[in-house]
Design a protein around this ligand. Structure first.
Ligand code: GLU
Length: 448
């Protein structure tokens, strides 16, 4: 690694030694952009330090009462990572595992994910260590209202625009937006994205994250002279991302044969693609139980494997859609043994550093990272902001075409940067380098 990058990383490691996810994502990125670090201005301007740390970060308490009248106190965060190319933009995650390290890694990755969408958005992330499992609708509403009461002063259409992530869907965005509007006294619709279609949301936003990942995969297949039709895909997770991948894959003639939850995975030889099966995923998600087993009860052709991950199934494509570090070395070994040919990350940093190394080094596997393949959701969020600002609503077809074009643009930029730096067909490094070059140029242009 470049000596300046090395120094930046060791200072960061010293300061945030217990923030493992954050350090993992920064280290991986510094390794990827290494071939592009030969410009002496970077060190002179101490650019890397300013790129790997958030510009601003707030933490706050979120007190709320349950249906029995008992008080609970959760912790909330917003990490405003980079405003180099636009207002801070990124999701909110409600999950008991959320902490400062997780929101910082998400905000960091979001910055470089957003950069290549071609739309003017900076990077951010946030959330709370709140567990939505088993909570009533009223409890969720009170929690969202309290969360927004703490957050509202830091966000806004030209400042920072939150959206959903794990545990935050259309329902939560509705409650968050309602509270924001009430406190601020303005229907400032593009202060949040992922809104419902009746009050400023964009068509396609719900399926955009998964659809974008499938569009990206289709370009990789095309590069190999293959088509998506007939491909067997293993997916992990059963949330918004997994659902969107299943839906778009089915539309394009591919078959998603696995989906998973914390309780295990289901294998469905016929593919998770019919409207009934897609609706079942949504129902299981909104039930709040966080279990995938009931899928196999509803569709007897599917088999449930308790306590197992889906990576042992022989498939053409693996698309992790659940969460960070869900895929470890033993999973990577299984995927390689099973003859997988494409590994496309849809969730943020789904593989451990060692697992990703194995997959990348395997000569038979083509890999793509989530900063590229996972950017469809935020891309349509930016389109939602555009529609809000012109007080207009594009048709499904218009938004879908734009999403398709954006994903293709990200693919082309990644492939071109890899080629230019002599890295062959390394889409992960190519994406990181192209995003790095764009953001560094914007930062240098704007001065210190
Ligand atoms: N968490 C989402 C993401 O992946 C949403 C970001 C957004 O729409 O702002 O990128």
């Amino acid at each position: 690694m470049n000596q300046y990058a090395e120094r930046v990383l060791s200072r960061l490691t010293e300061q945030y030694f217990n923030e493992t996810e954050y350090l993992q994502s920064v280290r991986a990125w510094l390794e990827m952009i290494d071939p592009a670090l030969d410009d002496p201005r970077y060190e002179k301007l101490d650019l890397l330090t300013r790129m790997v740390e958030p510009e601003r970060m707030v933490s706050f308490l979120v007190p709320w009462t349950d249906d029995q009248g008992n008080a609970h106190t959760n912790h909330g965060w917003r990490v405003q990572f980079s405003s180099a190319i636009g207002p801070y933009k990124g999701g909110l995650r409600f999950h008991p595992g959320v902490n400062a390290s997780v929101v910082k890694f998400l905000g960091f990755e979001q910055t470089y994910k957003n950069a290549l969408t071609g739309l003017p958005i900076g990077g951010a992330s946030g959330g709370a260590d709140f567990d939505p499992r088993g909570k009533s609708d009223h409890e969720i509403m009170r929690f969202c209202q309290s969360f927004m009461t703490a957050l509202y002063r830091y966000i806004g259409a030209d400042t920072d625009v939150p959206a959903g992530d794990i545990g935050v869907g259309t329902r939560e965005i509705g409650y968050l937006y309602g509270q924001y509007k009430r406190i601020c006294g303005r229907a400032e619709s593009s202060a949040l994205t992922g809104k419902g279609l009746t009050y400023g949301g964009s068509k396609i936003r719900q399926e955009a994250a998964g659809a974008g990942a499938v569009y990206f995969l289709a370009r990789m297949l095309e590069h190999q002279g293959e088509t998506i039709s007939g491909k067997r895909i293993a997916v992990s997770g059963f949330g918004n991302m997994a659902w969107g991948v299943c839906k778009k894959a089915a539309e394009l003639g591919a078959k998603v044969v696995t989906v998973s939850g914390p309780d295990g995975y289901v294998y469905d030889e016929n593919g998770v693609g019919t409207p009934e099966k897609l609706a079942c995923l949504t129902e299981l998600r909104t039930s709040g139980a966080d279990r995938i087993a009931p899928y196999a009860e509803q569709f007897p052709e599917a088999v449930f494997y308790a306590g197992k991950k889906p990576w042992g199934q022989a498939v053409d494509v693996a698309m992790p859609c659940a969460t960070q570090n869900e895929l470890d070395v033993s999973d990577a070994v299984q995927l390689i043994a099973g003859g997988v040919k494409y590994y496309v990350e849809a969730a943020n940093m789904p593989a451990t550093a060692e697992a990703l190394k194995l997959l990348r080094l395997s000569p038979k596997i083509l890999t793509a990272g989530s900063k590229a393949a996972g950017s469809g959701g935020v891309a349509v969020s930016a389109l939602e902001m555009a529609q809000n600002s012109i007080r207009y609503s594009w048709s499904r077809k218009e938004v879908d075409e734009k999403l398709h074009g954006i994903m293709s643009g990200i693919y082309d930029a990644s492939a071109a940067a890899a080629e230019r730096y002599g890295l062959g067909y390394d889409l992960i490094a190519g994406n990181d380098i192209a995003a790095f070059l764009k953001i560094s140029e914007a930062m240098i242009a704007q001065g210190l």
